[in-house]
Design a binder for this molecule. Structure first.
Ligand code: PXP
Length: 246
């Protein structure tokens, strides 16, 4: 099976909010997240990811609802485990929900969800989302016990946090951790995805990790889209992913 590309378009909304946060209904509120999603699809994206954060710093609830309605691709909602976000998930009914840790101070999601410490809370959230017909992913650090707990609590997928890999000068140790976590996750029947900090340069190195089903990539693609457009930026990333596992 080929490696799928999920495009995270949060930072399209970050740019819009920089000018239009106080004028959400302006007919000129640009750039449009729906257009970005459609262009990502045209470039070869397999799914769209949006993270509606508690502080609504980029994606708004209405953005998620419009992307779901107007872009014909599977939608992955990233959410922190709060009642407010669970309610949004039940209303939105995304194809996938990815549970992530969220603190207000962080610039972007910094670490994986501590599924060991949060076992009860996370297990309940997984169950409620699955009962609503939504496939559930857990965004975790590549740690043996976190992979095992994810399987134990009934998640469908794990998304391995690749931030430490992306930040490392010498990536060999981080690659080894990702390989071990991917092998374990796969052996436990979990779909294994990966995301955070993946870019055009580090992608070939990451592709050494086996059993990957989908990569979720945001910042790098949105940045490249500034110069070549979203369609082309996505197509270039998809091209780099071709041949995975061959
Ligand atoms: N996956 C998850 C769970 C995320 O929270 C994010 C954004 O922080 C990404 C993937 C995409 O990361 P990036 O924007 O660095 O590509």
């Amino acid at each position: 099976m080929s490696l799928l590309l999920g495009v995270n378009i949060d930072h399209v909304a970050t740019l819009r909010q920089a000018r239009y946060a106080l004028l959400p209904d302006s007919p000129n509120a640009e750039p449009s997240v729906v257009e970005a999603a459609k262009e990502a699809k045209a470039g070869g994206a397999d799914s769209i990811t949006v993270h509606v954060r508690g502080d609504r710093r980029h994606m708004q609830d209405a953005d998620a609802l419009r992307v779901k309605e107007e872009c014909d691709l599977p939608l992955n909602l990233e959410l922190g485990i709060t009642e407010e976000m669970m309610d949004l998930a039940f209303q939105l009914k995304p194809d996938f929900a990815c549970l992530v840790p969220e603190t207000r101070e962080e610039v972007t999601t910094e670490g994986g969800l501590d599924v060991v410490a949060l076992f009860g809370t996370a297990r309940e959230a997984v169950k409620r989302l699955k009962d609503a017909g939504i496939k559930v992913s857990l965004f975790i650090d590549p740690l043996v016990e976190h992979v095992e707990e994810s399987a134990r609590m009934g998640a469908d997928m794990i998304e391995l946090h690749t931030g430490a890999f992306a930040n490392a000068e010498d990536t060999s140790q981080e690659i080894a951790r990702l390989v071990a976590a991917a092998e374990l996750g796969h052996s436990l029947g979990l779909q294994v995805n990966a995301g955070h900090g993946i870019n055009y340069l580090n992608l070939p190195v990451l592709l050494q990790v086996p059993h990957l089903a989908e990569l979720n990539i945001g910042h790098s693609i949105v940045s490249r889209a500034m110069t070549v457009g979203m369609r082309q930026a996505v197509a270039e990333m998809a091209e780099g992913m071709k041949g995975y596992g061959a």
